[in-house]
Design a protein around this ligand. Structure first.
Ligand code: PMP
Ligand code: GLN
Length: 410
């Protein structure tokens, strides 16, 4: 064997990629590396020509004017690196958006950065502040990228559960989950996958605990405009929060452009500069022609945002009816693209197994909620599935009809 053929020697310590994979449930106990559940389910859906109610991406284009703006930007030569912080026009639009919707004053020069989706802002924020010996606290179930990046950072991932019936933070377990080592608390509001919109009381408690333990609040608000009547409070707007909060959002959901990967982060100048240091060496800068287009999107009139949520609410209701008729226990979401259900009434104990069979069985795909959890949370959510309703009405209707056949096919 030449030296070139030799696999590098295994070490007893986990490599960073292994910590990332373990953190996002991609690494089995046998050491086998899996793909993300979103990729796995989407591939199964394609293989069986199933209706994909798994991965959360819209199946219709967003506003015409912003698609045209991106095309025009390419034609007009906006095809080289944008500044590392993001185009000024977008940073101004983000600041104006925070002011218009939440009364938050953000300096577009020093308190905003544009990132490659919300995902990069989340990664840069965690990698900037957390490392070995630190704890990063998330709620559970949690979006998979949090677990992966906390793993990469070398910090310990701690969790506070969101449990039935309302999937709001629970005061006692949240207090118990904080410690002197908690460096960051990650909030995701509205919450994927439970669909809960955190109450003002819950958010105030998070701020008090973050103050007590001197933790940074990283809040993922990508579904900020997709709520269905519940009061939505961005945590940065609460007393005591602004000085320690990094607010993250993205164009993907609001404008149905998940493929553009334009996100942003705002917060106090000092913290933003520190995150930017990490961000600069992840991607440096993100899709120039999309940035100006997203700036136009953020400046759309209030009616656009109301209408997006209104249409999505009807889709939620339509899918909810279908899921109830199919025999699931439905958790009515207050926001996001997702409805979580319990399959236990159908005699299902292992929803992960069901999710793998569902595309072949009835031609519908969904995501098992246990994949958003570590061991203990996975026990609690073992029989639960997440269905996405960010799809055309007729697609949801067809999905509901197929779901109606499930009871007989199990
Ligand atoms: N956070 C949450 C809670 C999400 O559901 C998603 C995915 N849609 C993201 C972040 C990723 O956002 P982006 O595509 O902008 O990176
Ligand atoms: N955020 C989307 C979801 O939760 C998809 C994310 C992904 O594929 N990584 O379904």
């Amino acid at each position: 064997m030449t030296t070139h053929d030799r696999t590098p020697a295994a070490t007893t310590r986990d490599a960073p990629w292994q910590r990332a994979a373990r953190g996002a449930n991609l690494l089995g106990d046998d050491g086998r590396l899996g793909i993300t559940i979103f990729e796995e389910v989407t591939a199964l859906a394609q293989q069986h020509s199933a209706i994909n109610l798994g991965q959360g991406f819209p199946d219709e284009d967003g506003p015409r004017e912003i698609l045209d703006a991106a095309r025009a930007a390419i034609a007009d030569g906006a095809n080289q690196y944008a500044p590392g912080q993001g185009l000024a026009v977008l940073r101004h639009a983000i600041a104006a958006h925070q002011e218009r919707f939440y009364g938050l004053t953000v300096d577009p020069q020093t308190e905003v950065i544009v990132s490659t989706g919300a995902t990069e802002s989340i990664a840069a924020a965690i990698l900037a502040f957390a490392g070995p010996g630190d704890e990063v606290l998330t709620f559970e179930p949690f979006y998979d990228s949090y677990g992966a990046v906390i793993g990469l950072s070398g910090a310990t991932h701690t969790t506070a559960p969101l449990r039935a019936p309302d999937f709001q933070p629970d005061a006692a377990s949240l207090e118990a989950a904080f410690s002197e080592r908690t460096r960051i608390v990650v909030v995701n509001n509205p919450h994927n996958p439970t669909g809960s919109v955190f109450s003002r009381d819950a958010l105030e408690l998070i701020v008090r605990l973050a103050e007590r333990y001197n933790a940074i609040i990283v809040t993922d608000e990508v579904y900020e405009h997709l709520t269905f009547g519940a009061e939505y409070v961005p945590i940065a707007s609460l007393p005591g929060a602004a000085g320690r909060t990094l607010s993250i959002s993205s164009a993907g959901k609001t404008f149905s452009v998940t493929g553009w990967k334009i996100g942003w982060l705002s917060g106090p100048a000092e913290l933003v500069a520190q995150v930017r240091t990490a961000k600069t060496f992840l991607t440096y800068t993100s899709g120039t022609p999309f940035q100006g287009a997203v700036a136009q999107g953020l400046a759309l009139p209030d009616e656009f945002f109301t209408q997006v949520a209104g249409t999505l609410r009807k889709k939620r209701d339509l899918l909810g009816e279908g899921l109830r008729a199919a025999g699931f226990d439905v958790v009515e979401p207050q926001g996001t693209f997702f409805t979580m259900v319990d399959a236990a009434p159908l005699g299902i104990e292992d929803a992960t197994d069901l999710a793998r069979r569902l595309p072949a069985l009835i031609g519908v795909a969904a995501i098992p909620v246990a994949m958003f959890c570590h061991a203990e949370g996975a026990e609690h959510t073992r029989s639960m599935l997440r269905f996405a309703f960010c799809k055309k009405f007729d697609v949801i209707e067809e999905g509901a009809q197929r779901l109606a056949t499930l009871r007989d096919r199990l």
